[in-house]
Design a binder for this molecule. Structure first.
Ligand code: FAD
Length: 396
């Protein structure tokens, strides 16, 4: 930790903002190394611990929203030997004073960890129904979503990225009529090469998803029951419920108001250190060495390293090869996106004698080194071997 005025007490707590996976995992990892440091965790939600990835397959898992939280804030406080301040909004960070302001109250910190997550992206859409569109990015949103689904039959999902596709699969399997709309010409367009995306689209369509690709939504108007969506090609579509899944924007406003450097997320170096002394960031809010990685595995790796740093052993975050697993049982997908565009895809659709199986390898053309891959359906069985190959730096 940096040198600072000795009057900034050794007795000030370590403060974590956020009780999502990032905030709680740092706290857990810290407690494995240090049982004593006073710890205060502040959250504007109820502080319950739940698995966010479970939100997009809870219907298939036959889980009611009330079953998704494994521990409430009180149980977490006991486990972590921490004070957990729930429903409290951090308003300001005052780095020069090593303090935050929480609902008007000043709280000094010895070190501050920002784990403030991200918020659903919004784009302006015309029509009196646009404000009713739901986004699901936390358990509270999910409770509302499930309440809204009751007695409804059809759902239009705007955005065919990972979360949109997972919800589409979950809803179709639960008997809802689902339309999935995206301006790209294939789902998961930022993760899959086009031919594999096309196969993934066929699998969703075979499962009954009404795919509306290569177009967006220009207006949403309320009907007597449900909504009418006008798409950018002029087509109309009726649905009882509309969900937006067009991506997340890191929550950086607290950090930027305090003068911290922002680079798409709260900018940190490879040690999760922000540009302010003793202030760290990780999770969906953070751009660690310029990359926002809003997934579970990067958070676990960052949290483990950061906990060691907070305990006095400066530890760099080293990310291994981390596959993205798309939880769509009708066509499971596993992807390691290439870190650079310099390379070439070799694509094999219809492998493994199995419907919708596909295997795409991204290689450096000169060295034949494997730099990424995308697997669909039965080809996902190749994941472990390909990860091993990538980790060893071998060619295909
Ligand atoms: C539906 C869905 C499915 C997903 N599935 C997968 C998957 O299969 N695999 C995978 O790897 N990833 C998946 N993800 C992504 C993964 O869940 C997230 O990357 C991860 O949960 C983010 O955790 P976080 O702690 O950074 O953020 P969050 O969980 O968003 O937590 C942010 C916390 O900050 C608090 N906070 C924010 N601002 C303030 C403030 N000013 N004052 C006080 N508190 C504040 C909030 O109350 C909250 O507690 C999925 C995400 C979603 C939405």
């Amino acid at each position: 930790m940096s040198q600072r005025d000795a009057s900034m007490g050794q007795h000030d707590p370590l403060v974590i903002v956020g009780t999502g996976l990032a905030g709680y995992t740092v706290a857990r990892e810290l407690r494995k190394l240090d049982g004593d440091t006073p710890l205060v965790i502040v959250s504007r939600n109820d502080g319950s611990f739940y698995s966010k990835p479970a939100l997009s397959n809870a219907l298939a898992m036959k889980k009611a929203p009330s079953e998704l939280a494994s521990f409430d804030a009180q149980a977490m406080a006991a486990q972590l030997r921490a004070q957990i301040w729930t429903y409290r909004q951090v308003e300001r960070i005052v780095p020069v004073e090593h303090a935050i302001v929480v609902d008007g109250q000043r709280l000094r910190y010895r070190a501050l960890v920002l784990a403030t997550g991200a918020a659903p992206r919004r784009v302006p859409i015309e029509g009196n129904g646009a404000g009713d569109v739901l986004s699901v990015n936390d358990l509270h949103d999910y409770v509302r979503f499930r309440e809204t689904l009751a007695l409804r039959r059809s759902v239009a999902i705007v955005g065919a990225g990972l979360i949109g596709c997972e919800f589409a699969n979950d809803l179709i399997a639960a008997g809802y009529a689902v339309s999935l709309i995206d301006p790209a010409d294939a789902p998961l367009s930022r993760l899959l090469p086009p031919e594999v995306g096309a196969e993934y689209a066929r699998a969703l369509a075979d499962a009954g998803v009404d795919l509306r690709l290569s177009r967006g939504v220009s207006a949403i108007v309320r009907r007597e029951s449900g909504y009418r969506l006008t798409l950018t090609d002029g087509a109309v579509l009726d649905a009882d419920v509309v969900v937006s899944a067009i991506g997340l924007v890191p929550n950086t406003s607290l950090a930027s108001a305090a003068g911290l450097q922002i680079e798409g997320g709260i900018a940190t170096d490879a040690w999760c250190r922000t540009s302010a002394p003793d202030v760290y960031a990780l999770g969906d809010c953070a751009a660690i060495e310029g990359r926002v990685q809003p997934y579970v595995l990067p958070i676990m790796h960052a949290a483990r390293a950061l906990a060691r740093t907070l305990c006095g052993t400066l530890t760099q975050v080293v990310f291994p090869v981390m596959p993205i697993v798309v939880k769509t049982p009708v066509v499971p997908a596993v992807i390691v996106p290439p870190a650079t565009p310099q390379g070439r895809w070799t694509i094999d659709v219809g492998t493994h004698d199995s419907p919708h199986a596909a295997r795409a390898l991204f290689e450096d053309p000169a060295t034949k080194r494997l730099m990424g891959f995308a697997l669909l359906g039965a080809a996902t069985a190749d994941k472990a071997a390909l990860l091993k190959q990538m980790a060893s730096g071998a060619g295909s």
